[in-house]
Design a protein around this ligand. Structure first.
Ligand code: IDP
Length: 142
C-alpha cells in the first residue's frame, strides 16, 4: 500500500460548530496522521484560487462567500492511501447522501456548508498541499 499525503480542510461551518477535535479523532481512528496544520481566514483571492477549478460552476460565487465567512483549519494528512481514506471518512459531497458515521453525515448542514474538503486525486493533493504549506512546515511522523 502506498503512503500518501492529502489536504484536509475543516470549513467555516464546522469550525464555528467547534468540532475540530471531533473531526481530528475521525482521521486518527482510520490511521491518518496530521503532519502539518494551520488555522487561517481565507481571503477572497485565496478562496477563488483554491476553487479555481469550479470557476464556471453556478455555485462558485456562493462557495467563495461561504469559504471566506470564517476561519478554516487546514491540515496535511499522511497515511496508507490517504487520499481515498480521507474521502471515505468525509462521506458524499451532499450530506443528505453521506453514509452514516461519516464526517459530513454527522456534522454537515447542506451541500454548500458541508464541513470538510479533501483532495480528490494525487494531482490535486500535490497542488493543494503546495497552496497552503512550504515543504519545511510538514513534519513526517513515520
Ligand atoms: P467535494 O468537496 O466533495 O470534492 P466538489 O464537487 O469538488 O465536491 O465541490 C466542491 C465544493 O463545492 C463542495 O464541497 C461544496 O461545498 C460545493 N458544491 C458542490 N456542488 C454544489 C452544488 O450543487 N451547490 C452548492 N455547492 C456545491
Amino acid at each position: 500500500m502506498a503512503i500518501e499525503r492529502t489536504i484536509s480542510m475543516i470549513k467555516p461551518d464546522a469550525v464555528a460548530k467547534n468540532v475540530i477535535g471531533e473531526i481530528y479523532a475521525r482521521f486518527e481512528k482510520v490511521g491518518l496522521k496530521i503532519v502539518a496544520a494551520k488555522m487561517l481566514h481565507l481571503t477572497k483571492e485565496q478562496a477563488e484560487g483554491f476553487y479555481a477549478v469550479h470557476a464556471e460552476r453556478p455555485f462558485y460565487a456562493d462557495l467563495v462567500k461561504f469559504m471566506t465567512s470564517g476561519p478554516v483549519m487546514v491540515q496535511v494528512l499522511e497515511g496508507e492511501n490517504a487520499i481515498a481514506a480521507n474521502r471515505d471518512t468525509m462521506g458524499a459531497t451532499n450530506p443528505a447522501e453521506a453514509a452514516a458515521g461519516t464526517i459530513r453525515a454527522d456534522f454537515a448542514e447542506s451541500i454548500d456548508a458541508n464541513a470538510v474538503h479533501g483532495s480528490d486525486s494525487p494531482e490535486a493533493a500535490k497542488t493543494e498541499i503546495a497552496f497552503f504549506f512550504e515543504e519545511g512546515e510538514i513534519c513526517p511522523r513515520g
